[in-house]
Design a protein around this ligand. Structure first.
Ligand code: ATP
Ligand code: MG
Length: 112
């Protein structure tokens, strides 16, 4: 069974406005345990948009995301579980770190 799977995943920004951009369209992938996969593409091709769906930072406008066989948007419980199972490391970590130490940065979430 795939540990990560997407089905017909589609996402647009600024939907319904003149600035609408379809960032990803009908993406179907399956990643098995132990596989090492790189997503490669030119700037603006939708890599970050795709990856932000893997633990529910973005909600699919259509299509599904499965982590360990579970539709992550099925319930609050499955969404939460996906966030424990999928760790994301962002492109510009310096924009994310705001505390003075790694300890304080990591402790920020649980404290608030
Ligand atoms: N928050 C946003 N609001 C509006 N449009 C966006 C937003 N984020 C991304 N886009 C647009 O969606 C498309 C895909 O962008 P995305 O950031 O997913 O690409 P990327 O492959 O990660 O690019 P890069 O290699 O520069 O990181 C681009 O056309 C981009 O301009
Ligand atoms: Mg990106």
């Amino acid at each position: 069974m795939a540990i990560l799977k997407t089905e017909h995943l589609t996402y647009s920004y600024s939907t319904g406005t003149p600035f609408e951009v379809t960032a990803i369209e009908d993406i179907n992938i399956e990643i098995e345990a132990g596989e090492l996969v790189a997503v490669i593409g030119h700037t603006g091709s939708g890599k970050s948009t795709l990856i932000q769906h893997f633990n529910g930072l973005l909600k699919p406008q259509s299509g599904k995301v499965y982590v360990d066989g579970q539709d992550i948007w099925e319930s609050k419980k499955t969404l939460r579980a996906s966030r424990f199972a999928v760790g994301l490391c962002f492109q510009y970590p310096e924009y994310q770190l705001f505390e003075e130490t790694v300890y304080r940065d990591i402790a920020f979430g649980p404290k608030t």
